[in-house]
Design a protein around this ligand. Sequence first.
Ligand code: FAD
Ligand code: MLT
Ligand code: ZN
Length: 481
Amino acid sequence: SSVATNAKRNPAFSTINLDDVLHFKEILGHKNVIQDEDRLLAANVDWMRKYKGSSQLLLLPRNTEEVSKILKYCNSRCLAVVPQGGNTGLVGGSVPVYDEVIINLSAMDKIISLDKVNGILICEAGCILENLNSFLANEGYIMPLDLGAKGSCQIGGNISTNAGGLHFIRYGSLHGNILGLEVILADGTILDMLTTLRKDNTGYDLKHLFIGSEGTLGIITKIVVLTPCKLSSTNSAFLACSDYLSCQKLLAEAKQDLGEAISAFEFMDCNSVEMALTHIEGARNPLPASLYKFYVLIETTGADESYNRTKLEAFLLRSMEVGLISDGVIAQDLNQASSFWQIREGLSEATTKAGAVYKYDLSLPVDMLYSIVEEMRARLGNIAKVIGYGHLGDGNLHLNISTTHYDEKIQAQIEPFVYEWTAHHRGSISAEHGLGLMKAEKIHYSKSEETVKVMASIKKLLDPKGILNPYKVLPQSMLQS
Ligand code: FAD
Ligand code: MLT
Ligand code: ZN
C-alpha cells in the first residue's frame, strides 16, 4: 500500500493531449516519448513503493537542447513536470503526485572530460554514481560521495538532493565539491555555470541554489565536480559498544587518534543489525559471539598502507583496553570489508523488505541523537520496530520505524511528535534526504517564517507558473499568489 497525500492538484495545470505528445515526439523522436504502461508504472512509484503518481508520459531527453525545448513547451502550455534521476530518493520527491510529465535524465550519461592534473570531472547529469567512480578509479581519482544507492542513483539526483552519504565526514558537502553546473530553468533558459575554477567570487554563486533544491528550481543537465585522489590504503573496522555514551567517546577518540585518516564513522543499534541480518541475503554478523547494544563501522583511508593499518590496529587495541569497545574486528581483505559494508548499506533495503517503513532523517546534537530512538520506542511499544542508525560523525540519525503496513493511526503516534522533538533540540528534520513530498508542509520545524518566505520568492522568480516538481519542498499555500 502507498501513502495518501493532502496536496490538491493545482487546477492551473493543463492535462496532456494528443498535440502535446506529437510535439514531444518532434523534439525527442518517437523512441524517447514513453507511453508504455509498464514503464510508466515503474516511473510513477518511488523506491520504497510508498508514493505513487499517475503520470501518462515519460520523456527521455538526450541532451541539453532537448531538455530546454521540453521545458519551454511545458511552461507555455502550463504542463507540470517532475525531474527524475535514478528514482532512489526517500522522500517522495522523484515521482509525480498527479499527472506531471516525468523527465528522466538516464539518457544523458556521457562523461565529457577529466582534468587529470586537478581531478576535475565534467559529465552529464544522468551518469550513475558507481559508473563515475569506476571511470575515475582507473585514473587515480574517486567521487567525493558514496552511498548505498550508488548502483542506480545519478549524479544529477545526488546534487538535487544534496546527498550526504558515507564519506561526508571526510570530503564534506556537495556545496564544496561541485564547482559548476549547467541548469535549465522552467522557461527553457539554459544557465551555463560550468566553471572549473576553484575560486570565483564574481557575484552571487547561483549554482548553490540548485544544489539541494530537489528539482523545484531547474533541471540540472551538466556537472563539474572536484574529485579527491584515490589513495592506496583503505581499512575498515567493525566495532561493538555497550552503550551510547561509549559511541560518542569513541567518535571523539577516533577524531583525535586517527585524525585526517577517517573516511567514515557510521553507527547502528542492535535492532538495525538484526534487521539487516534477517533481510539481507548472505549477510553475517562480523562479531557473532554476542549481540551488543551498538555497532560502529569506522573506515580509514590514506596513502601509506602499513602506517594506516598500524594506526587503526593500535586504536582498536587502546579502545578495548579502556573499555570503550566491547569487541571489534578489522577487515583482513576487501571481501571482509565489503561484508561489513553490506550490513550498513543494506539497511534501507532491509527495512523495505520487512514491510512498511516510516523514515526520519534527522540532524541532532550528537549527545541527544539517540534519545529520540529510545523515546520513540517507549512511545510505540510493540506496535512497531524502532531502529536507529546513521552517520554519527556528521550528527545525522536515521530513525526508522518498521511496521507491517502504512497506518494513519501509527503515523499519528509518530508525527508531529518527532518533528516537535527535533525542533525543540534545534535539529533539522531533513539532514540529507530533502523534503520532497513527505515534508513539504513541515519545513517550518527547521526554518523560520522569514526564511521560507524568501525561498518562496525565489521559487516564484525562477518558476512563476510553478511547473517544476509541484507540491514538493515548500508549503503549497506559500506558492499560491
Ligand atoms: P531521484 O530519486 O530520481 O530524485 C531525487 C530528487 O532530485 C527529486 O526531487 C527529483 O525531482 C530531483 N532530481 C533528480 N535528478 C534531477 C536533475 N537532473 N535535475 C533536477 N532535479 C533532479 N541519501 C543520502 O543523502 N545519503 C545516503 O547515504 C543515502 N543512501 C541511500 C541508500 C539507498 C539504498 C537509497 C535507496 C537511497 C539513499 N539515499 C541517500 C537517498 C538519496 O537521496 C538518493 O539515493 C540519491 O541522492 C538520489 O539520486 P537519484 O538519481 O536516484 O534521484
Ligand atoms: C543511509 O544512510 O543508509 C541512507 O541515508 C538511506 C536510509 O536512511 O535508509
Ligand atoms: Zn544516510
